[in-house]
Design a protein around this ligand. Structure first.
Ligand SMILES: [Zn+2]
Length: 477
């Protein structure tokens, strides 16, 4: 399948090619940045939703749905206090030809509408913790270049918004969200770095923000999720006030966290190769495809064997299909490799003779013979091995994506003519130095490693003054 652009030679061309040919997204909508998430893409998103919903369930989150329209006054209320989303917001101003008295914003995120409701629901400390998750679409009309799933103007996401009685509980909630997202990203076999964003890059209104960044093959990084400790900022603006056990009153302590279909882009980018997608087995919509290897005169026997194997695998929870169409087996191989189906089962005359099947792995192309009675067990073992190997590969990818730099010259050369992944270096904490990094290198300080104090190993990379923090710098999408 050499028609593909090579991933190593031109990552973005490869990415766009794969997204189109594997039928993940169709961009021919004539609405910039608002695309069709096709069945193959949507099924991956559906699997992701199921994986996350299981985690929301065991941590007592409730799924709810809030309106798409947000009264403009809510956003105004927000922007009075924080530097909000206003520049990216799309508005509804008319009903037919009639101008509306009060315009509505199409949600760029749902804090304002949700917290307006929370203020009516929460009266006493016994009404908390309140943990609500919403699956919905988000609209942000920014002017930057759009790229399917990487930067869309409309996208699907999950946003969870919680309220707590004490600040300690909010801190614990941040940690719980990190378990939810971290274990989910692990199941997607993704490499990611968790950093606490610098103060100036904290979510408007938040005490601090934690972000998950994945290194992409072109050396840029992609933010695939965020968690914010909102403290009482929003609660004060939206009047989420409650009576404490001792009868006194206080405002709720809040957190929120979100991730979007960008995670699909990360999975495609990190795992895929020059033949197409590689989808981790537990995430793959279709996990196993059965392809007959037909020889003249033996079609019937092979077809019967394939049907039997299909029936056998279907008894398990494995998602399997049998492609009995009259395309050539070579064509089918290419097609399912493009789609990233983790396991292909080939059944030809020799396999039938020997009483088994050939099991081929998408990720390594490795092929092994498996006895018919052991097929399900062999597939499940293969799933675990593939998952483990993809995880290990990602671990290595993450380690390799970090370069340690002490001197400015070194930093500059690291960013010359390429995107270097994460550059680990020292920073004084001054925003002016961060601005210089932006200006000179078109790169940004992502933040300090979360949950791990790292001792500076040199002076500030920009001003040479004493460094306060070890930070990670990258160019990002
Ligand atoms: Zn400095």
């Amino acid at each position: 399948m050499s028609i593909f652009t090579k991933k190593k030679e031109n990552f973005m061309a490869w990415y766009l090619d794969v997204v189109r040919r594997a039928q993940i997204v169709d961009t021919r909508t004539e609405v910039k940045g608002m695309n069709v998430l096709l069945a193959n893409g949507y099924e991956i998103w559906d699997r992701m939703k199921k994986m996350l919903d299981e985690k929301f369930y065991v941590t007592d989150h409730k799924n709810m749905y809030f309106p798409l329209f947000i009264p403009d006054k809510f956003l105004e209320l927000e922007s009075e206090h924080f530097e909000g989303f206003v520049p990216e917001v799309a508005y509804v101003t008319h009903a037919g030809k009639k101008k509306l008295e009060n315009k509505f914003a199409l949600r760029p995120t749902s804090e304002t509408i949700m917290y307006h409701m929370y203020s009516q629901w929460i009266r006493a400390h016994t009404d908390m913790p309140l943990k609500v998750n919403q699956w919905c679409n988000i609209i942000r009309i920014d002017t930057k270049d759009t790229k399917p799933l990487l930067r869309d103007r409309e996208f699907q996401w999950t946003e969870a918004h919680t309220c707590h009685v004490t600040p300690e509980e909010a801190v614990e909630q941040v940690k719980e969200s990190m378990w939810i997202y971290g274990s989910f990203f692990d199941e997607c076999c993704l490499p990611y770095l968790i950093t606490k964003r610098p103060k100036y890059d904290t979510f408007p209104g938040a005490l601090y923000s934690v972000a998950y960044d994945t290194p992409l093959p072109d050396g840029k990084t992609l933010q695939i999720g965020t968690t914010h400790n909102l403290d009482q900022g929003f609660a004060k603006v939206f009047n989420i006030r409650f009576q404490k056990e001792d009868g006194s009153h206080d405002y709720a302590y809040q957190t929120c966290y979100g991730l979007s279909t960008r995670v699909i882009a990360a999975v495609i980018s990190v795992h895929g190769d020059n033949r197409g997608l590689i989808i981790p087995p537990y995430l793959a919509p279709l996990q196993v495809i059965i392809v007959p290897i037909l020889f003249k005169g033996k079609e019937e026997g092979i077809n019967k064997e394939c049907e039997e194997v299909l029936k056998e695998i279907k008894k398990s929870d494995i998602r399997v299909e049998y492609d009995s169409s009259n395309k050539t087996s070579g064509f089918k191989f290419n097609e399912y490799e493009l789609l990233g189906v983790p396991i292909r089962i080939e059944i030809g005359p020799k396999d039938v003779e020997k009483g088994g099947v050939t099991l081929a792995r998408r990720d390594t192309k490795e092929r092994i013979f498996v006895e018919k009675s052991k097929i399900v067990k062999a597939i499940k073992e293969a799933f675990d091995i593939i998952t483990e190997e993809l995880k290990n590969r990602s671990k290595t990818l993450l380690e390799k994506s970090i370069t340690e730099v002490v001197a400015y010259d070194e930093l500059e050369s690291t960013f010359t003519d390429r995107n270097p992944g994460f550059v680990k270096t020292n920073w004084c904490g001054d925003e002016e130095c961060a601005d210089l990094i932006k200006e000179k290198l078109r790169a940004e300080i992502r933040g300090t490693l979360y949950g791990e104090e790292e001792e500076p190993f040199g002076p500030c990379i920009i001003c040479n003054e004493e460094a306060k923090e070890v930070v990670y710098i990258s160019r990002s999408y």
